[in-house]
Ligand binder design. Structure first.
Ligand code: SF4
Length: 464
């Protein structure tokens, strides 16, 4: 177990939902996976792993707790030669389970080995698992991946890989992007709603799939296209074959991917993440201007929105808050007091910039409110005369069931509180949020999952 790491220390109570990569026909696939997983590190820091097809046709897996650079050293990479592999970075989405849930998982199907990794959350996993347990199957982890793999390996849905994967995917409801590696094929599948992004690229004569386009860029791959909602891609020696696990329905890309999760240099379904955030900042200023002297962001995720806001307001964008890049993850503990310490270790206000000034702070979201409350106080302590908080997303009032660890509705600051109660809690002079309409306008699309803002969940939640 590695514990001394430096990582993105998310103190707001909102955690990413893992990331996957897959390589087919690429020389040195493991070292490419190592690089691409590092570029997806923001999506999960608890653990990571890579499974590769060795030259003798067997599958080899290495995984562990910690950052990619802690789990993989030159020796591990050298010991995993091959042209086809899959990889995963993990944040625990279900709040349970430890290293046994780190992916990928290795399984066998009629003596044929396969590896599987996925991100997201299967909303009917408990029901399907209970059913299978009654039939006598024992699960070794709490991961949805094991369930997915069991269904693939069970032979219930046909002998060929494609039928087996399609059959499994049809039984499972929810949000996922899955990669499956066999001796001679790479499969990539996206849930029918398209909650989680998954892109396809070309690298030399081979192919790459990854949760975000920044992972394609990191290895010099050329973007080909996004994998569509409900699409199952099979990549083998004969090329790429596409089929669908379900008919196209509502397309519910997670709005938080644009707002917060994805890296700003990624492009999700044709929209630049930075471009989206900048536009959301512009729209936020139009909806909620503030009388102020300067604009600042909460580094770094709200930087793009702050650029848009400052430009629209014709105010200077200043570095009113700075971030300590080197705070160890071990400082961030799951108690309120330790979370408070974590924020103070991570951020500080610049007195020479905010002293005597009316400051607009742009943040991408407020989840539990801890960070916002401390930031407001920090700015006041550094001499800001007024602090106006502007949030580049609507109030986050409903828990996510699709792979984002947010806690319960009661733990969400906007869950059941008025705007004024929230403003009072964080201690700002004023507080305003972006509207849901502006969110769609910034994304340039008419369909998104916005359930955490409006409670309109695109799937059944299977809570009975
Ligand atoms: S509920 Fe929110 S965080 Fe969860 S998938 Fe929908 S938009 Fe994303």
């Amino acid at each position: 177990m590695h514990v001394s790491s430096v990582a993105r220390t998310d103190t707001r109570g909102l955690h990413e939902e893992c990331g996957v990569v897959g390589f087919y026909g690429v020389e040195g696939a493991t070292s490419h996976a190592f690089l691409s997983l590092q570029s997806l590190q923001h999506r999960g820091q608890q653990g990571c792993g890579i499974a590769v097809v060795l030259p003798d046709g067997s599958l080899k897996l290495h995984k562990g707790a910690g950052l990619v650079k802690e789990v993989f050293h030159q020796q591990e990479i050298n010991d995993m030669p091959g042209r086809n592999c899959i990889g995963h970075v993990r944040y625990p989405t279900t709040n349970v389970g430890g290293p046994e849930n780190i992916q990928p998982f290795l399984f066998a199907r009629m003596e044929n080995p396969f590896a599987l990794a996925h991100n997201g959350n299967i909303v009917n996993a408990a029901q399907v698992k209970t059913y299978l347990e009654k039939l006598g199957h024992l699960f070794h982890s709490t991961s949805d991946s094991e369930l997915f793999a069991y269904l693939v390996g069970s032979g219930l849905h046909g002998d060929d890989w494609e039928s087996a994967i399609c059959g499994a995917a049809r039984l499972l409801d929810g949000a996922y992007a899955t990669v499956i590696l066999t001796r001679d094929k790479l499969f990539a599948c996206r849930d029918k709603y398209g909650f989680r992004p998954l892109s396809l690229g070309k690298l030399g004569e081979g192919y790459v799939v990854a949760s975000e386009t920044c992972a394609l860029d990191s290895v010099g791959a050329t973007f080909i296209r996004d994998i569509e909602p409900g699409e199952l891609l099979c990549i083998d020696q004969t090329g790429i074959h596409s089929s669908f696990i379900a008919r196209k329905g509502a397309h519910c890309m997670c709005a938080m991917e644009y707002i917060y999760f994805a890296r700003p240099d990624s492009v999700i379904e044709g929209s630049s993440v930075h471009g989206f955030r900048r536009k959301s900042g512009t729209l936020l200023q139009k909806e909620h201007p503030a009388q102020a002297d300067l604009v600042t962001c909460v580094p770094e995720s709200s930087m793009s929105a702050a650029i848009g806001y400052a430009e629209a307001a014709r105010l200077p964008l200043e570095m009113g808050l700075v971030k300590n890049m080197y705070v160890a993850r071990t400082f961030i503990q799951p108690t309120q007091s330790m979370r408070d310490v974590g924020v103070k270790m991570k951020l500080s206000a610049v007195r020479s910039i905010v002293g005597g000034k009316r400051v607009v702070v742009i943040d991408d979201s407020i989840v539990r409110g801890t960070t916002s409350r401390i930031i407001v106080q920090m700015l006041r302590d550094a001499g800001a005369t007024e602090v106006h908080m502007r949030i580049a997303s609507p109030p986050y009032a409903w828990p996510c069931y699709y792979g984002i660890d947010t806690g319960t509705k009661e733990q969400l600051l906007a869950g059941g509180r008025t705007l004024d109660q929230i403003r009072e809690y964080i201690g700002a002079d004023s507080l305003e949020y972006l509207s849901v309409q502006a969110l769609y306008e910034a994304a340039g699309r008419t369909q998104l999952c916005t359930a955490c803002f409006d409670g309109n969940y695109p799937t059944d939640l299977y809570q009975e």
